[in-house]
Each structure stands twice: as C-alpha cells, then as structure tokens.
Design a binder for this molecule. Structure first.
Ligand code: NAI
Length: 284
C-alpha cells in the first residue's frame, strides 16, 4: 500500500517531532491535539528546529518552506478521513489511547493503518477496541525524534504481515532504522533499559555509591554516552516508575520491583529535569 497522507495525534514532545520528520520526508501531515494552543506550541517547536537546521547549513530554505507547507493542524479526529496512516502520540494512558483509537476507527478510511507511539502499553489491547486489529501496530520512536535513528516496530498479536511491511517501508522513507519486536511488556528497549536504570537507583538506595559515581562508572567503564541516573532524570522519574510497574505487573516477576527510592522521589515531586530536581538539581 502507498502511504501519502498522515495524521499525528498529540503535538507534545514526541508528536511534534514525529510530524516534523514525516513532513521533512515528503508526507502530507495533519497534526492533531486537543487545543489550538497545544498545536501552536508544537508547530513553534518545529519551526525553531527547522530554522536552526537552515542556520547550520543542514537544510536549504526551500526544504524548510516545503516542509512547513506540508504541515497543517486540526483539533478534530474527523479530519483523519483522508489519511493512509495515523500515528498516535498522546499521553501514556490506556483509557485515553483506547478512546482515541475507537474514535479513529470510525473516521479513518478502511485501508488506513493506525499506529501508536506508546513506550510500554500493549498494542494488542489497543488494537482490540478497533474493528481492524490487523491494521494496528506500534511505532516506538525515540526522543528526540529528529535525531534518533531507531523506530522499534511492535507487532500486536493480530497485526498482519502487510501492515508490518508497509510500516517497515515507511520507516525507511523517514531515514530511520526499523527493528521488529513482538508485543511483550516494555518491548525490547524499555525491558532492557529500565531494569538497568532501576538497578542503578538501587545502588544509590543501598549506599553502594553516590549518583555521580554510578554515572561515572557506566560512562567511563561501559562507554555509555550518558549515565543511567542522568538518563532517568531526562526521561522523567514518573515515567521510569510507570514503565517499571508495567514490567512488574506484566511479568509478575520480583526482579522488576521498582526501587523504593524511585517511588519516594516521585512522591516528593522530584521527577527529574522537568521538575528541576531528580538525582541531580537543575537550574531554571
Ligand atoms: P507530551 O505530554 O509531551 O504530549 C502529549 C500530547 O498529547 C499533549 O500535547 C496533549 O495535549 C496531547 N493529548 C492528550 N490527550 C489527547 C487526545 N485525546 N487527543 C489529542 N491529543 C491529546 O507526551 P510525550 O512525551 O510526547 O509522549 C507521548 C507518547 O509518546 C506517550 O505514549 C509516551 O509514552 C510516548 N513516548 C515518549 C517518549 C519520551 O521520551 N517522552 C519516548 C518514546 C515514546
């Protein structure tokens, strides 16, 4: 199938990045959010990133204008009625996502593929609220979307080979690398990453080492570009806790037990960089 028109739902951190990358690659993109304010904020971010790319000589002014011309905004899901693909990037909440998918199922054309950028929720469960479970799939982009090369593609239990192939091809058109993964809690990325972050938090909790020392060991010793506790602060400690809970509930295995210190920080409102304090303090 040929994908030309795309709707991206959610103009936040991830959705705006996904819309930008799709428009840059020649797709017509409608960006959707609940309010015009949220859409304006998303578009402003895209304009800023494109302007910086032009300034640095990584993009021509012509490409900048063409990209912006391929982007439009809407607050109505009904406007998905001429789209070949919809990529959902709303908040990580099953009730919100299933509501969006069941509404989309009524408006998007019969042939359209519905994808979710969820970082941890089961694609099979999201697909089950639609009448086209074979055309529902996970497209897990990494943050920041314009920079990161990976898209983890998650096949739900009922995702068809045709749907997978169309999304694999489309991901390559975005100049990204697709990796095929089955639908299990945390997929591959977060199943491997989050327990490492959680274990790093345990080493602080048990007094094995200070956060700076833990990060230094992993950076200098394991060649990680960023220590796990710095990374946790960037991701958001609430998000890290949420994903550990998904792993713990999904597998019922105590090895995924969230560290009590992580719970305590989240309860205190120490959510990492976005709240000004996590394992480190952030100015402003
Ligand atoms: P965000 O909070 O920056 O953006 C979410 C956007 O969705 C907001 O603009 C909000 O107004 C909008 N929204 C909420 N309900 C909506 C609805 N019913 N219809 C339309 N728009 C709605 O969140 P972020 O970080 O962009 O995350 C979005 C998704 O991407 C989540 O599922 C998250 O797990 C996933 N993700 C996040 C990553 C990250 O590093 N932040 C990385 C990979 C995936």
């Amino acid at each position: 199938m040929s994908i030309q028109n795309i709707m991206v739902i959610g103009a936040g951190q991830m959705g705006a990045g996904i819309a930008q990358v799709c428009a840059q690659s020649g797709f017509q993109v409608k960006l959707n959010d609940l309010s015009q304010d949220a859409l304006d904020k998303g578009i402003k971010g895209i304009e800023k990133r494109l302007a910086r790319a032009v300034e640095k000589g990584r993009m021509s002014e012509q490409d900048q204008n063409d990209t912006l011309n391929r982007l439009s905004t809407t607050t109505s899901l009904q406007d998905s009625n001429d789209c070949d693909l919809v990529i959902e990037a709303v908040v990580e909440n099953m009730d919100v996502k299933t509501k969006v998918f069941s509404e989309l199922d009524q408006h998007a054309p019969k042939h359209a593929i519905l994808a979710s950028n969820t970082s941890s929720l089961p694609i099979t469960e999201i697909a089950a609220v639609t009448e086209r479970a074979d055309q529902v799939i996970g497209m897990h982009f990494m943050n920041p979307v314009p920079v990161m090369k990976l898209v983890e593609i998650i096949r739900g239990l009922q995702t068809s080979d045709e749907t997978y192939k169309a999304i694999e091809d489309m991901t390559k058109q975005l100049d990204k690398n697709p990796v095929e993964v089955n639908d299990f809690p945390g997929f591959v990325s977060n199943r491997v990453l989050m327990p490492m972050i959680n274990e790093a938090i345990y080493t602080v909790y048990e007094g094995v080492a200070e956060p700076e020392a833990v990060d230094e060991v992993m950076k200098l010793g394991m060649n990680h570009p960023m220590g796990p506790l710095t990374l946790a602060d960037f991701i958001g400690l609430d998000t890290c806790l949420y994903i550990m809970e998904v792993l713990h509930d999904g597998f019922g295995d105590s090895k995924y037990r969230p560290c009590p210190l992580l719970r305590q920080y989240v309860k205190a409102g120490w959510l990492g960089k976005k709240s000004g304090r996590g394992f480190y303090k952030y100015e402003g």
